[in-house]
Design a protein around this ligand. Structure first.
Ligand code: FE2
Length: 340
């Protein structure tokens, strides 16, 4: 295989990320992985503001990624980008940037699926055929390659786990993003052996649901006295134990059904210390290898887009400019897979 130096761009949601990934002698090297994240004090992601954020930072993030990798555009022979799924306003900025870079510099272009990229980055940790537990703000899915394509074996029936945790945190007055604070508070509760508060456990077949639990928590916080820090910590602990057990139940069942021996975590919620710990316990009990990428490769990042883009190019794929329009609603199981 010839050497490939890929400039990769991720822009499906809050993160504008750029990475330089090199493929040489059958080995991936991530030379840089830079990201700029849109943040708000309150109100979540507003699509127009999201595109303004990406417009303002894209040039600088690209320059920074090239500089940290010690490469220039002349060294780049592939540009990969997240083509979908995601928020149209955000995806469009990344797509416009890569199209102009590709045309101006005559560099091949490849569009990749963001969810599949979360799984494919596991190959830098020597994974061969894992099940992915993808737990992020908008996405909550259990994905594996089976019967010639990536299939979703279980998913949320309503909101993503990250959105659920952030909404719950907002009710507790923890600000945004609330996930890391919930993790920290739950750890404090566990350290003093807090009592688990019984909460509804919503697994329906292979799917999970969070919106009913959120409504209950909202009412509990409104009606109960949750001013004390200790009570807030107890609730954070109980919520985490409940929702992560739900995720791992369906993940374990997917591992058993597909007879896979590797689990990989992906998504921002996978940075949670308790989810990592519970995944390791489940994998140990099942004798399954538990692959937990570094946090910079768990959250939305361009390195995973580069890894998948290179794999797709090596299998003979290329995206023509006329086919480079964004796919905001692309399903994981719509992706044609020819690189496995
Ligand atoms: Fe993601």
């Amino acid at each position: 295989m010839p050497k490939i130096t890929c400039l990769a761009i991720e822009s499906t949601a809050h993160t504008f990320g750029v990475s330089v990934v090199e493929f040489r002698k059958n080995k991936f090297s991530i030379l840089s992985n830079v990201r700029d994240m849109y943040k708000t004090i309150k109100g979540g992601m507003i699509p127009v503001q999201l595109s303004e954020h990406h417009m303002e930072c894209f040039d600088q993030v690209i320059k920074e990624a090239l500089s940290r990798a010690n490469r220039s555009l002349k060294d780049i022979n592939l540009i990969a980008f997240s083509q979908g799924p995601g928020i149209g306003h955000a995806l469009r900025i990344g797509a416009a940037a890569v199209r102009s870079l590709s045309i101006q510099n005559k560099i091949k272009l490849i569009g990749v699926n963001h969810c599949v990229a979360h799984l494919e980055i596991a190959s830098i940790y020597s994974a061969k055929d894992p099940v992915l537990l993808y737990a992020s703000g908008a996405n909550t899915q259990v994905i594996a390659y089976d019967g010639g394509k990536y299939r979703v074996f279980g998913e949320t029936l309503d909101i993503g786990i990250g959105n659920f945790l952030d909404s719950f945190g907002r009710e507790l007055g923890l600000g945004f993003p609330a996930g890391p604070k919930i993790d920290e508070m739950a750890q404090k509760a566990r350290a003093r052996n807090a009592k688990y508060i019984e909460l509804p456990y919503n697994v329906k077949g292979m799917d999970v649901s969070f919106s009913g639990l959120f409504t209950l928590l909202k009412n509990m916080i409104k009606l109960g006295n949750y001013d004390s820090l200790e009570k807030k910590e107890d609730l954070c602990f109980s919520v985490q134990e409940t929702v992560f057990a739900m995720l791992l139940e369906v993940t374990e069942r997917a591992l058993a059904h597909c007879e896979k021996t590797e689990l990989v975590l992906g998504g921002g919620v996978a940075c949670n210390s308790r989810l990592k710990e519970m995944s390791q316990i489940m994998c140990k009990e099942r004798d399954v290898k538990c692959i937990i990428p570094e946090n910079q490769y768990l959250v939305d990042n361009a390195a995973m887009i580069g890894v998948l883009g290179i794999k797709m190019l090596n299998a003979g794929n290329i995206t023509k400019i006329k086919d480079s329009r964004i796919n905001p609603y692309e399903r994981t199981d719509d992706v044609k897979v020819n690189w496995k």
